[in-house]
Structure formats: C-alpha cells, structure tokens
Design a protein around this ligand. Structure first.
Ligand code: FE
Length: 234
C-alpha cells in the first residue's frame, strides 16, 4: 500500500494520504488548507486520483483543505454523520465501510474531544491502523473543554471502542506536539499517562483540570471549517 504522512508545522497537524498503489484512487485524512499544494504535488507525482477527503472532526486550530481539494480534484468531501458542516458532500455513519479502490476504512464514532468526532480503522477485517483524529493522541488525548467535548465520552470512546482493536494496530493521530509520528493501541493502553491505570473518574478529573488556553486560530478555524475551509472571516 502507498501511505504518506504530512505535517503542518503551524498547527502540528498530521495528514494522511493513501492508496492501494501508485496510479490508483486515493483518500486523504485531515488535510490542512495551507498545505494543499504539497498534497497535490504528491498526488500528481504518484499519479493518484484523489477521490475522498475526510475530516475526522471540525478542527479548531487550522483551516481544513476539504473544500479546496474538492474544487481542485473533484473529490468527495466526507465527515461523520453528526457534523454541523453542511458543505460536506458525504456523511458517514458509525460502522460504515468506506472503500477507495480496494482500501477499506471503517468509520467509528468516537465522541469526547468533540461531539462529532470519528475515527477510521484501516482494513477493518484485520485492523492495520486507526486514524484517531484528536480523540486519542500519542501518550495523550484531545482536550474536551470546547466544541461540546466531554471527558467521560472521551474515556468511553477510547476504552470501549479504540482499545478493543488489536494491540498491534498502529495509531495515527491528527496531531503531535513532541515529534512522535505514530503509536499503537497496545502502547497507548500501557503507556498513555492519562489512561494506563486510571479510572474513568480520575480521567475526567485530569481532563477537567488541564487549564489550556484556547487555540490561537479557534475563532477563525471553527467557522471556516463549518464551510469546508472556504469562507473568509473578518
Ligand atoms: Fe481537534
């Protein structure tokens, strides 16, 4: 399989592009508007045809490239069924399998970071990887203090859904702030300091006491992303 990970240094966002092989249809997850040219370069050089652009959730820290990629390539824009982004052409339901030229992704509803967050499991019949958005990060987890976040639901999504995947399943999150590029379900089960050996109540207390500042771009990014990244906000 062809698999590429891109990084946006301004927001520490990871974007994933993959296809069964060069020359085939491709899918991209969590693309960043300011990096769209890079993705298009790779897509052209690898002779891919981009058919799906997926956001795991409405991001608060960067503007999505979903709309721009749709306009440039004619790809489908896709989010989970509970998104408020009406610009998206396709809404996936929990459990639905998204097939791209033989590459299968299963949509998994994993609320907590936001109330509309989805994760996507690569090759659900024998899971290889899971794209977790911001629900599960490497040795961390996505904040739950805005966009209808809920630490209890975050705990449930991680423990009852993601942690039921095989331990060797690779974890590819939407962000990392320390330079880690990938993890696995087993690693996070055993070494994630917020999750390993903590109770649901302890996790809720940890998450309710993070005292984080709002993302710099939040006031711009959230309304822009509700329009697939294509409105200018004063
Ligand atoms: Fe987020």
């Amino acid at each position: 399989m062809l698999f590429r990970q891109f990084f946006d240094p301004d927001s520490s966002t990871y974007t994933y592009l993959f296809a069964s092989a060069p020359g085939r249809e491709a899918v991209i997850i969590d693309p960043v508007k300011t990096q769209a040219e890079q993705y298009l370069t790779a897509i052209n050089q690898l002779d891919l045809s981009l058919v799906k652009a997926i956001d795991t959730h409405i991001h608060a820290d960067h503007v999505t490239a979903l709309g721009d990629l749709r306009d440039t390539t004619g790809c489908m824009s896709m989010m989970g069924e509970y998104t408020q982004a009406e610009c998206v052409s396709t809404h996936v339901r929990d459990g639905e399998i998204v097939d791209t030229d033989g590459v299968q992704l299963q949509a998994l509803y994993t609320p907590g970071h936001t109330d509309e967050s989805f994760s996507f499991v690569l090759r659900p019949s024998a899971p290889q990887a899971v794209f977790t958005g911001d629900v599960l990060l490497i040795r961390s987890s996505g904040r739950t203090d805005f966009q209808n976040g809920d630490p209890g639901l975050s705990w449930d999504s991680i423990n009852e859904r993601l942690f039921t995947l095989p331990e060797e399943t690779m974890v590819y999150p939407a962000h990392d702030y320390k330079g880690w590029t990938a993890s696995s379900i087993g690693e996070e089960k055993h070494h994630n300091p917020r999750l390993a050996g903590t109770s649901r109540q302890q996790y809720i207390e940890i998450m309710n006491n993070l005292n984080l500042a709002n993302p710099k771009m939040m006031d711009v990014a959230v309304p822009a992303n509700l329009a697939c990244g294509q409105i200018s906000v004063p």
